[in-house]
Design a protein around this ligand. Structure first.
Ligand SMILES: Cc1ncc(COP(=O)(O)O)c(C=O)c1O
Length: 410
C-alpha cells in the first residue's frame, strides 16, 4: 500500500523520541538525568488551575468559537498592550493547540507549494518539518563565522522571488541567544520592503538573563497590526511552564486570522475551553510567577556554565535567554567514541545515562543542546557524568546512582 510521500518523510520529533527513550529507561529503574527536556519543572500556576477547574466543574464544556474564547482573547489583547505596547483587537487573534499548531496554521495559510520560508540556524527542530509538510521549501541561513547570529547580509542573500516568510526566534531555541536589535530592525525593513512575512516566534520572550531584553520586532515598524507583515506567535507553554495545556496563539491581520480560522475549523474545531480557561488564568493571574521562573533558570544557567568551563575542549556561548545552551562538542565528535552529534548523544545516554539532544537536529552538527530547565542537582550531576564519559582529564571512576562505574574506553 502506498502512503503519502510527504507524511512518510516526516521524522519523529527527536526531542519527543528522546523523552520516550528516557521514560522507558527510568521505568526500568535506571537513574537517567534528562538534560534534553524542553519544559520547566514548576507546578502549574494556581490561577490557571483554579480557572480551568471552575470551567470543568461548571459542567458546560462544549464547542467554543474556533478562534478562541472571547475571555482568553481579551487577556491576550491586554498581554499585547502590556508586553509589546501593541494595540490589537480580538479579530487579530487566533488561539490554537500550542504555538506549534499556530506555526502550522500560519505557514499553511501563507504558502503555496514551492514557496520558500527562511529559517536561521540553529533553528527549532520543527520549523523545517512543518514547512515541508505544507509543501513549501525551507531555506536555511547558517552564519558562516560559526556563531549563532547571522549577519544581516547573510539573511538578505537568500531572499528571492519565492520567499514568502522568514521565521525569527529570539531568544533562540537551541542557542539561547538574543538577536541584536539592529538585526531585528533590518529584517523588519527588509520584510516590509519586499512584502515578506516575518513570523516572530516569541515563545521564550520573557525568559531573558542579566538584564537583557529581547526587543520585539513590532517596535521597528510604524505599521499597525492590520498593515504589518509581522506575525506574532506566543503561548503559555514556556513562560508559565504549562506545556501540557497546549495553548498558543498567533496575532496577525484580520484577513489572515480569518483564513487561519477556516483552516482550524476544518481540523481541530476549537481548543478545549478547559485549557483556554487555564491559559486565561495564567495571563490574568500573578505575573511574579514568570519572574520567579526566570530567576531560577538564570541561576541554573550560571551553574551550567561553571560546570562546562571545567570540561576540557568544550566551548559554549553563554546563553542570554530560554533554558537551553548549545555547547560545541566537536572535539568529542572525531574519535572512536563518536563521529557526530547523534552518535555522541547515543554514547552519553548508554554510558552515562544522560539525555542531551544532537546539534544536527537544529542544523548545528558538532554541538549538543543541553537544557537547564531542571534542578541544579541534575545539571551538576549530568555534566559531571558527561565529563567522566568523555574527558580524559576527569577521574575514571564515579557513581551513577548506587552503581560504581569505571571508564575503560579512553
Ligand atoms: C521555539 C519554539 N517554538 C514553539 C514551540 C512550541 O510551543 P508549544 O508547546 O506551545 O506548542 C517550542 C517548544 O519547544 C519552541 O521551542
Amino acid at each position: 500500500m502506498s502512503l503519502s510521500q510527504v507524511a512518510s518523510s516526516i521524522p519523529t520529533s527527536p526531542t519527543i523520541a528522546l523523552n520516550e527513550e528516557a521514560r522507558l529507561l527510568r521505568e526500568k529503574g535506571e537513574p537517567v538525568i534528562h538534560l534534553g527536556i524542553g519544559e520547566p519543572k514548576n507546578k502549574t500556576p494556581i490561577a490557571a488551575i483554579l480557572s480551568s477547574a471552575a470551567k470543568l466543574s461548571s459542567g458546560e464544556v462544549k464547542y467554543v468559537p474556533t478562534d478562541g474564547t472571547p475571555s482568553l482573547k481579551k487577556a491576550i489583547v491586554r498581554y499585547c498592550e502590556e508586553n509589546y505596547d501593541r494595540i490589537v483587537t480580538p479579530q487579530n487573534i487566533i488561539v490554537s493547540d500550542g504555538a506549534k499548531q499556530s506555526l502550522f496554521n500560519i505557514l499553511y495559510t501563507l504558502c503555496n507549494p514551492q514557496d520558500e520560508v527562511v529559517i536561521i540556524a540553529p533553528y527549532w527542530v520543527s520549523y523545517p518539518e512543518i514547512i515541508k509538510m505544507i509543501g513549501a521549501i525551507p531555506v536555511i541561513v547558517t552564519p558562516d563565522d560559526g556563531t549563532f547570529i547571522p549577519r544581516f547580509d547573510e539573511v538578505e542573500r537568500v531572499i528571492g522571488s519565492y520567499t514568502k516568510a522568514i521565521i525569527v526566534n529570539s531568544p533562540n531555541n537551541p542557542s539561547g541567544m538574543i538577536y541584536p536589535e539592529t538585526l531585528i530592525s533590518k529584517i523588519v525593513d527588509l520584510c516590509e520592503k519586499k512584502g515578506i512575512y516575518m513570523i516572530c516566534d516569541d515563545i521564550y520572550h520573557k525568559l531573558v538573563f542579566d538584564g537583557k531584553v529581547a526587543v520585539p520586532a513590532c517596535k521597528f515598524t510604524s505599521k499597525d497590526v492590520e498593515n504589518s507583515k509581522i506575525i506574532l506567535v506566543n503561548g503559555v507553554a514556556k513562560l508559565y511552564g504549562m506545556t501540557g495545556f497546549r495553548v498558543g496563539w498567533a496575532i496577525a491581520s484580520k484577513q489572515l486570522v480569518e483564513i487561519m480560522t477556516n483552516v482550524q475549523s476544518q481540523t481541530i474545531t476549537c481548543v478545549s475551553p478547559v485549557m483556554q480557561a487555564a491559559a486565561e488564568g495564567a495571563l490574568n493571574g500573578m505575573q511574579s510567577i514568570v519572574e520567579t521562573l526566570r530567576l531560577l533558570i538564570q541561576n541554573n544557567r550560571d551553574v551550567l556554565m561553571q560546570e562546562l568551563n571545567s570540561f576540557t575542549d568544550i566551548r559554549c556561548q553563554k546563553p542570554q535567554g530560554t533554558f537551553y545552551a548549545l555547547p560545541d562538542f566537536k572535539a568529542y565528535c572525531r574519535n572512536s567514541v563518536a563521529k557526530n552529534s547523534v552518535e555522541l548523544c547515543q554514547f552519553l545516554l548508554k554510558k552515562a545515562l544522560v539525555v542531551t539532544v544532537p546539534g544536527k537536529e537544529f542544523g548545528m552538527e558538532g554541538h549538543l543542546r543541553i537544557s537547564y530547565a531542571g534542578t541544579v542537582k541534575e545539571i551538576s550531576e549530568g555534566i559531571e557524568r558527561m565529563k567522566w564519559a568523555l574527558d580524559p582529564n576527569a577521574p575514571s571512576e564515579m557513581y551513577i546512582g548506587d552503581r560504581k562505574v569505571v571508564r575503560d574506553w579512553l
